[in-house]
Design a protein around this ligand. Structure first.
Ligand SMILES: Cc1cc2nc3c(=O)[nH]c(=O)nc-3n(C[C@H](O)[C@H](O)[C@H](O)COP(=O)(O)OP(=O)(O)OC[C@H]3O[C@@H](n4cnc5c(N)ncnc54)[C@H](O)[C@@H]3O)c2cc1C
Length: 419
């Protein structure tokens, strides 16, 4: 079958790889000059099924309201902006802020994340793909008894759903990650270890999987912007780009935060809104002072990952539209916290700052699967866990196109859940 994958982020390219494995003639279309150059470029690098708890929860609205006037808050939401897309998304988000929805959404996300982690492991064994991976787990650190208690509650729920985590003392944290020794003595009240989770450079992975896909015959059309999809009755017949058209048999939509714009003229309303985040990457100058295990600082909403000789620090979320300006006020907390936890690790005065738009759904669950168009599938809306869920999502889409039953239950993962 002739299949077009729209978008060469980590999600689109991984999908193209699995489709090529099935013997399809695949074309990937992206406006950028290479793979993984938008949100998949410099993210937090975690393969973190342990982060399956959705953003929308009973305490989120009040917390977001408290942060509304703090320009460097971890989550910045300004509802008075003229932005109908944000309001419509925000109402759906509010509807997901109940205990009951948290459980349902966590179960759905964890289902995809655990499967995806397993698919990534198998892919690594099969191809020996290298992407500065660290297979040492993810360590969550806590600085207040309240946040630690909340973390343990979430861990108990995740454990019942199939993801085990170990409860640690500050001394255990320092033993596992010696670079945390100072913080463990002065600042930490405890930790949670998710031993099966991992980290690695999503951009390098996307580049490498693109090479593996190309070796299996995938054609990459870079520098081509998708203008629109044309359809006759319930079939997409043509992809119009600024560099010529394509007429594939099937289309997979993986345009990250830009997916709604291309879907909307077809009458498909995708509740995907960009949650802007930042990262800094710092060259490591003293290896023993930098962490090896990937760390989530739960009190500061930040993650730390070691990528070869670089330390990546990522976090913050801002619901402010499709805006990619680098705001120094939002970057400053990342540097401040890195310097306080790992003061001697790297050259903090010479850092690379980056921002990207997480394609976020109101329930934090991606949108996977068919549409009312018989040859258009969705693989988008992965939000804060797109790297974590890319391999499983790609496999599922390839299975659906091949007419095979996916290896996970697809209940609640499709667009139909939004009505
Ligand atoms: C600060 C930050 C930290 C993060 N940390 C993590 C983490 O630790 N772990 C994790 O799992 N996830 C993390 N994420 C989320 C993850 O990066 C994203 O979910 C993931 O990159 C989304 O991949 P994608 O392929 O869907 O989108 P993208 O990578 O954005 O790819 C979409 C592609 O579509 C192309 N495109 C868009 N519109 C058009 C058009 N009209 N025509 C042609 N091409 C088009 C773009 O050029 C782009 O290449 C983080 C995100 C941020 C911002």
């Amino acid at each position: 079958m002739k299949i077009a994958v729209l978008g060469a982020g980590v999600v689109g390219v991984t999908t193209a790889y699995f489709l090529a494995e099935d013997g399809h003639a695949v074309t990937v279309i992206d406006r950028k000059p290479g793979p993984g150059l938008e949100t998949s470029f410099a993210n937090g690098a975690q393969i973190s099924a342990c982060h399956a708890k959705p953003w929308a929860g009973p305490h989120t609205p009040l917390q977001a309201a408290k942060w509304m006037f703090e320009p460097d808050a971890p989550l910045l939401f300004r509802p008075w902006r003229w932005d109908p897309a944000l309001w419509s998304w925000g109402l759906k988000f509010l509807a997901n802020c109940t205990d009951g929805r948290v459980r349902v959404n966590m179960d759905r996300t964890l289902r995809v994340a655990l499967y995806s982690r397993a698919v990534l492991k198998a892919l690594r064994q099969h191809t020996n793909i290298q992407y500065d991976q660290q297979l040492a787990g993810i360590l969550h650190i806590y600085r207040t008894p309240e946040s630690f208690a909340e973390g343990r509650e979430t861990a108990a729920v995740l454990s019942a759903m199939g993801l085990a985590q170990d409860v640690l003392t500050p001394e255990d944290c320092a033993r596992l990650e010696p670079a945390l020794a100072h913080a463990a003595r002065t600042d930490l009240v405890g930790g949670l270890m998710s031993p099966e989770d991992e980290s690695g450079d999503a951009h390098r992975f996307t580049q490498e999987i693109a090479k593996l896909a190309a070796a299996r015959g995938v054609r990459f059309r870079y520098g081509a912007t998708v203008r629109k999809l044309e359809a006759e009755r319930r079939t997409v017949t043509r992809i119009v780009t600024d560099q010529g058209d394509e007429t594939p048999d099937a289309v997979v939509l993986s345009l990250g935060s830009y997916s709604p714009m291309v879907a909307r003229p077809l009458g498909l309303k995708l509740p995907v809104y960009p949650a802007k985040g930042y990262s800094i990457s710092v060259e490591i100058t003293k290896p023993e002072a930098a962490p090896t295990i990937s760390i989530t600082d739960e009190s500061k909403f930040m993650v730390f990952s070691r990528l070869g000789n670089r330390l990546r620090v990522a976090g913050t979320a801002e619901l402010a539209g499709w805006n990619l300006d680098l705001d120094p006020v939002r970057i400053a907390p990342l540097k401040r916290n890195a310097v306080s936890l790992f003061p001697e690790a790297g050259a903090y005065d010479n850092l690379n700052a980056w921002t990207g738009l997480r394609p976020t759904t109101p329930d934090s669950v991606p949108i996977l699967g068919p549409t009312v168009y018989d040859n258009l599938l969705l693989n988008t809306g992965h939000g804060t866990l797109g790297w974590t869920m890319a391999c499983g999502s790609g496999r599922v889409i390839a299975d659906l196109i091949a007419g095979r039953a996916p290896e996970i239950d697809m209940e609640g993962l499709g667009l139909e859940r939004f009505g």
